[in-house]
Design a binder for this molecule. Sequence first.
Ligand SMILES: [Zn+2]
Length: 166
Amino acid sequence: MDAIHIPQLEKARQQTESIQINECLNDLESLMPVKGQLKVVHQGTYLQVSAQVETIVTLTCDRCLQQYNYRLAADVSEMLWFEATDAVDLETEVTLDGPVETISPQGYFEPDDWIYQQLCLQWPQCQICRQDCQGMDQELMTTGGQGSDQRWAALAALKESLADSQ
Ligand SMILES: [Zn+2]
């Protein structure tokens, strides 16, 4: 994806650039290209960026450790404020490293980076292959592994000792 030159965007028709996205991002390992659309609007004092994108990634289930495919999607809109136009020195840039996203009005907007960030924010914290995933325990019980027997025995013993102490 080409970077968008912001001064050029300001001169564009309706100060708007709409991009159809259908490509793989360098930093994102996905099974298929990231697809969707991106819209960037120059609003005078800020850049209004919105996108609806999706792709498929392979995750590892936290419960059963099997790999599974996951639809990673983002439907987001963000305002990127322009830095003060005159004499933006390095010091200012450091202090701007806060929650407010800023961008140079003379610089470029990088669609790839931004979309990558948005997709990363949508990454599931809890990775479970399916809702009724029983994890590894299920397998141990059905195959009658000794490990599970010992655990059940330990549980029974615990219950007994609790009953005794009452
Ligand atoms: Zn699972």
